[in-house]
Design a protein around this ligand. Structure first.
Ligand code: G6P
Ligand code: MG
Length: 220
């Protein structure tokens, strides 16, 4: 039986995936590295430093950066990102999310956030939704990044739910892989071609319907 729904944040609850993309694109342009939306799919759900390394791997003539230089580039990307999220208000919740979360909670099912972003607490605060989630995993306490299941397993444990009784919602390929590795039911938001491993793929958050997903979860 369904006990909890665990959400990714960026690109699922609000469109911060777009802000991560814009900030990385600015860094790529500075460095003269080609950077497309298609390539950006690989960065979704990936930690700041790992994202930077993936981006740098796209250079036509790869350069060996020192750890200090890598830290500076990652910091610069984060400053650009932090500027973008300063403008977030509750109006930036993606369509359908508020009602979906309300339906989950009113059915007695728990809710959690499993975001790899160190900026997640700020974003959640600006959206004004802290009280809608029973747990927000602190990424600083984790050892492994998505697609490792640790973040989803940590959320489930904090909610007292068996992973088999959880649904995970993600917009990242690495995130869907983390949900499946955790033994959960995976709902992906985005282009179905990107998510062969998801149990359900929705084009947009406006299609999130608790009754429909619960029935699919129970029929799996
Ligand atoms: C999420 C996003 C990624 C981002 C990562 C780290 O997983 O999907 O695009 O790189 O968080 O975010 P941070 O805010 O800590 O740089
Ligand atoms: Mg995401």
């Amino acid at each position: 039986t369904l006990k909890a729904v665990i959400f990714d944040l960026d690109g699922v609850i609000t469109d911060t995936a777009e802000y991560h993309y814009l900030a990385w694109k600015a860094i790529a342009e500075e460095l003269g590295i080609p950077f497309t939306r298609e390539f950006n799919e690989n960065l979704k759900g990936v930690s700041r430093m790992d994202s930077l390394k993936l981006l740098l791997s796209q250079a036509e003539t790869p350069i060996a950066y020192s750890d200090a230089e890598l830290d500076q580039l990652a910091d610069r990307k984060n400053k650009l990102y932090v500027e973008l999220i300063e403008k977030i208000t509750p109006a930036d919740l993606l369509p359908g999310v508020t009602d979906f979360v309300k339906e989950i909670r009113s059915s007695g099912v728990k809710t959690g956030i499993a975001s790899a972003s160190k900026n997640a607490p700020t974003v959640i605060h600006r959206l004004g939704i802290e009280d809608q989630f029973d747990v927000i995993v602190d990424v600083n306490t984790l050892k492994n990044n998505k697609p490792d299941p640790e973040i989803f397993l940590t959320a489930a444990a904090a909610l007292g739910a068996d992973p088999a009784d959880c649904i995970g919602v993600e917009d990242a390929v690495s995130g869907v892989d983390a949900i499946k590795a955790a033994g959960m039911f995976a709902v992906a938001i985005g282009n179905a071609a990107h998510f062969p491993h998801a149990d359900v793929v929705l084009d947009s958050t406006s299609q999130l319907n608790f009754g429909v997903l619960k029935a699919k979860f129970e029929g799996q």
